[in-house]
Design a protein around this ligand. Sequence first.
Ligand code: NAD
Length: 250
Amino acid sequence: MKLRNKVALVTGSSSGIGRGVALGFAREGADVVVNHPGGNQAAAAETICEEIKQLGRQSIAVQADVSVEAEARELCRAAMEHFGRVDILVNNAGIAAASPVHEIPVEQWDRVIAVHLRGTFLMTREILSQMYLRGQGRIINTASQLAYKGAPGFSHYTAAKGAIISFTRSVALEIGNRGITINCVAPGATRTPILADVPPDLLEEIRRGIPLGRIAEVEDIVPSYIFLASEDGRHYHGQCLSPNGGDVFL
Ligand code: NAD
């Protein structure tokens, strides 16, 4: 077990990659705070908590919109109150919206940037303060291969993901050698609910463009998070791992 007795907080872990990371961490011995934004995600989050408990680990589900300062703070407070510390923060919560740039409503632009970028900032700010006190911790942010490739119709999404990579590098320099690492994972196209609205012919085109010839499953992505969260990843700092089937070379 690579994460025995660690406490992890995974944002947006009621579905997709976040769910996979939460369960993957629990299988490696971690207790997990499952975050969800409410609505129809609440029941899914409770189910994941139960699955984690069946693995012999502790888990709580906490509703919070990570883009709202007070809610991000409350999420961290709930985690601290229940577990006393957070060893691993995974910033994963995300949304996607497609629109040509000349038609993006300002509200849509702001929402996409806020959930990804402001949420990552707010959660990092809250958790980093207590990690500094303990002199240890792991922060893993979720970027995307589209930060490198770009994607027509997704200028806000790709701008947010590129900014998350830059944010990670700057924070890595700020943290220095305080015993805490911060890194990114930049997944390639992965079969999750976020791709639900992508037309099948476009998905097939994406698949054909991937040298390994397939869209990733969540299980293809989770090991990068486990690696960065574990002792094995101790010398990675300010980096970005790219499980993408060879779609982008860095
Ligand atoms: P998903 O829709 O299954 O997961 C996103 C999760 O974030 C959901 O559980 C959702 O409820 C939650 N969420 C949304 N807004 C939130 C908010 N304001 N506060 C808290 N939680 C919120 O999709 P996914 O593919 O698993 O996406 C997870 C992350 O991976 C996202 O950051 C996404 O951009 C990134 N990503 C996905 C792909 C892909 O192809 N699936 C590729 C690269 C990166």
